[in-house]
Write a protein that binds this ligand. Structure first.
Ligand SMILES: [Zn+2]
Length: 110
């Protein structure tokens, strides 16, 4: 996975979700060759209010080693449905102020 810092979210009516439009030239974490767009992956994103939305993130292919890397915008976390803000809130504020259930929050705290 590679992080995206410079991007915008654009709603795509056909896909019924937000597409992350990044204008960074990403480089491969393994071999530092340039990455180019491969396809889009559908991700669910749940915010601090418990609202979920669909976000399409880019998968990028390395020109050097051929590996695929998912580009994650900075408000999301790899392998998590909850946004970074929701996870932080759950970790620090306890179960009452975060939409995730108690067992999920306990897992984050580990
Ligand atoms: Zn590579």
């Amino acid at each position: 996975m590679v992080p995206a810092e410079k991007y915008s979210l654009k709603y795509n009516r056909e896909r019924e979700g937000f597409v992350v439009q990044s204008w960074q030239q990403q480089r491969c974490p393994n071999c530092s060759a340039p990455l180019s767009g491969y396809d889009l992956r559908r991700r669910k994103s749940i915010d601090t209010e418990g609202r979920s939305q669909i976000v399409y993130v880019r998968r990028l292919r390395c020109a050097g080693c051929g590996r695929l890397h998912t580009e994650i915008p900075d408000f999301m976390l790899p392998y998590k449905q909850y946004t970074k803000a929701a996870v932080e809130e759950g970790k620090t504020g306890g179960p009452s102020c975060c939409p995730a259930d108690a067992s999920t929050i306990r897992r984050w705290k580990k």
